[in-house]
Ligand binder design. Sequence first.
Ligand SMILES: Nc1ccn([C@@H]2O[C@H](COP(=O)(O)OP(=O)(O)OP(=O)(O)O)[C@@H](O)[C@H]2O)c(=O)n1
Ligand SMILES: C[C@](O)(CO)[C@H](O)COP(=O)(O)O
Length: 254
Amino acid sequence: MSDDSRPSPPAARAAARTAAVIPAAGRGVRLGPGAPKALRALGGTPMLIHAVRAMAASRAVSLVVVVAPPDGAAEVKSLLDAHALPERTDFLVVPGGQSRQESVKLGLDALPPGHDIVLVHDAARPLVPVDTVDAVIEAVREGAPAVVPALPLADTVKQVEPARTPGEPEPVVATPERALLRAVQTPQGFDRATLVRAHETVTGEVTDDAGMVEQLGLTVVAVPGHEEAFKVTRPLDLVLAEAVLARRRLNDGF
Ligand SMILES: Nc1ccn([C@@H]2O[C@H](COP(=O)(O)OP(=O)(O)OP(=O)(O)O)[C@@H](O)[C@H]2O)c(=O)n1
Ligand SMILES: C[C@](O)(CO)[C@H](O)COP(=O)(O)O
């Protein structure tokens, strides 16, 4: 049985079982009106099912915990039953919370003992390739307490003084050196005890789980992300996701 309070030593992690928590409880306001984002169709299949399959595609992942929209757990359970998923993987569904952070915590609370590596993966990143998932797991197995897949930026980034009224010009105050910046994706991978401690300790708002581990003063490492692991956030992202899926289906010959 795993002890949640102490990080597992790297040697133990090399043999550890991996669980994936998928926060899927968001509304998807930026995508526009409709069903909760994770339940919207991509290539005729709910986005969440793509994300679940992406995690279960890794042979290292033996459990997937889906954090469903607060009143949608029964619907998500039916969806999982209705779609073909690998038999070697177990699935759990729990209702989510008001923020991503709260939803991830609810997923973590539901994790049974025996999984000492935890991935946290946005349902909104349905197309992450399995090689990226495996690279994150491998880096945790090698001893990193927290791992993020990350890509260099294509745009120059400016720091601004945010406008008080939307649409007003914003004074630029700095141009951070782009070569030192990365856009961070999911799945983010963790030593379980470290992630649990981060969620129990950090109280401020964060936009990703690795940021909480940083606040504990621990090292987070980045491994190469993948351009197909982008987050479906706005309507144009859905157009891109449909195109990526169509290209995969063409390449796979079905
Ligand atoms: N209360 C919440 C909010 C978000 N998420 C999940 O966190 C992931 C990343 O969040 P994001 O893409 O921002 O999704 P939404 O919050 O749904 O988007 P929006 O801000 O446009 O409403 C998504 O898989 C989303 O379902 C969650 O589980 N619980
Ligand atoms: C976790 C994340 O996907 C890393 O890029 C991102 O921070 C989620 O942000 P969102 O605004 O909640 O989509």
